[in-house]
Structures are given as C-alpha cells and as structure tokens.
Design a protein around this ligand. Structure first.
Ligand code: C5P
Length: 212
C-alpha cells in the first residue's frame, strides 16, 4: 500500500470530492476525522469507497469501555480500514475495543504530536496498547524506531507530525517525510502541508516521488 495517508481535514464536501479525485494516483488511504465526518457523515465514506480507496477513521475513541466497544462495532459496519482509540483510555477500554469480533484494524494514539512527551511515556503506552491486542499506534516521527524495536516490526506505526519545513503551528514532535519513512513508519499522515499549499497536488506529488 502507498505510504502517504492524506488527512481530509476540510469542512466542505465539494472540497473533499475534489481532493479525492485529484489525489487518487498517490493515495490508497484517506484519513477522515471529526472535521469532515461531522459535516459530511457517511457521504464522505461512500465517496472514498466509490473511488476504490480505503478509510482511516480517526475519531480517537476515549470513553468508558462499553461505549468504545459499541463505537468499534459501529465503525466496523461502515467498512473502514482502520480506526483510532486513545491509549489514555487505559487497559479496560483498549481490551473492550479489541474484543469486537470481525473488527477493523485498531491503532492507538500514544501521545498527541501537538504535545511534548518523553520517549519513555510513549513506549509505555505503545506496549500497553500492544498487550491489549491493538494493531499499532499513532506516534510522532521521533519515536518510530524505538517503538518498532520494543513492540516488533509487525506492530504498525502510523506517523503524523510530518512537516516539510520548521513548523509554525500546533505540531511539536515533527520530522520530514523522508526521515519518518527512514525511521520505519508504516504510514505517514499529512494534512496541512498539502491542504494549505497553493498547489496541493503538486506538493503531494513531490512528496510521493520522494517516499512513495
Ligand atoms: O495538518 P497535519 O499534517 O498536522 O495533520 C495531522 C493529522 O493527524 C490531523 O488530522 C490530526 O488530527 C492527526 N493526528 C495528529 N496527532 C496524533 C493523532 C492524529 O496530528 N497523535
């Protein structure tokens, strides 16, 4: 699968349609989070599926175990490729999420890339997620190699906090696409560096040519 996941953090459905149409050669998985899902709902899921592509549903479930279990079941019915839970929810919540039969792939957020974190804290959460049967984690580029070393190569590491230049926004633990891939990321998640570019497709193509 292609390594770049495009975060569809846009409010307007016609913009979603345009982005999917124009980026199809470079993307296999689109990330749908609250920004677009709350506005477009299942319409966005259908649009992506009709294009033959996959959905990473990034709603970061963080709730009591019973609610998270039902949320994972609901996501399964949407037919998404993967979804996120927050490791902060703890062992019982993570176990409830992974107990769902025929479930989609589950990735746990370790610590948000907009927060400063120690490597120890990130590893502690990655190991907790792994022990609860989670399939991988969302973590910054700075921890990829260590997570792979501690949790094994098969444990997915999906990496936001990708920046083409020094960030002047909310992301704190960042690196370039090349560094993240070299460190061993299975997927890199990119939003604003592409979405806010004057020519988003050109920026994406350029990254794609470098990391595939
Ligand atoms: O615009 P930017 O490239 O920062 O987008 C990163 C995307 O990844 C956003 O949609 C954000 O919600 C998501 N994300 C993140 N850090 C995490 C988990 C998800 O930035 N730990």
């Amino acid at each position: 699968m292609k390594k770049i996941i495009l975060a569809l953090d846009v409010c307007d459905f016609s913009k979603v349609e345009e982005l999917v149409r124009e980026t199809i050669p470079y993307i296999d998985i689109y990330k749908v989070g609250p920004v677009s899902f709350l506005r477009c709902g299942e319409k966005i899921i259908r649009t992506i599926k009709d294009s033959g592509k996959e959905i990473f549903l990034d709603l970061k479930f963080y709730d009591i175990p019973a609610t998270v279990k039902l949320s994972v079941k609901s996501a399964e019915e949407l037919g998404v490729f993967s979804l996120t839970v927050h490791s902060m929810g703890g062992e019982d919540m993570l176990m409830a999420a992974t107990s769902v039969k025929n479930r989609t792939k589950i990735w746990a957020v370790t610590v948000l890339t907009s927060q400063v974190a120690t490597k120890e804290e990130v590893i502690r959460r990655a190991k907790l997620a792994k022990n609860c049967g989670v399939d991988g984690v969302i973590s910054s580029p700075l921890e990829i190699a260590l997570i792979k070393k501690e949790c094994g190569k098969e444990f997915d590491v999906v990496t936001p906090g990708i920046r083409l230049e020094k960030p002047d926004d909310d992301q704190k633990r960042v690196a370039s696409p090349e560094v993240a891939i070299k460190e061993g990321a299975d997927f890199i998640v990119i939003g604003r560096p592409i979405l806010n570019a004057v020519n988003p497709v050109e920026v994406l193509r350029n990254i794609y040519d470098r990391v595939g």
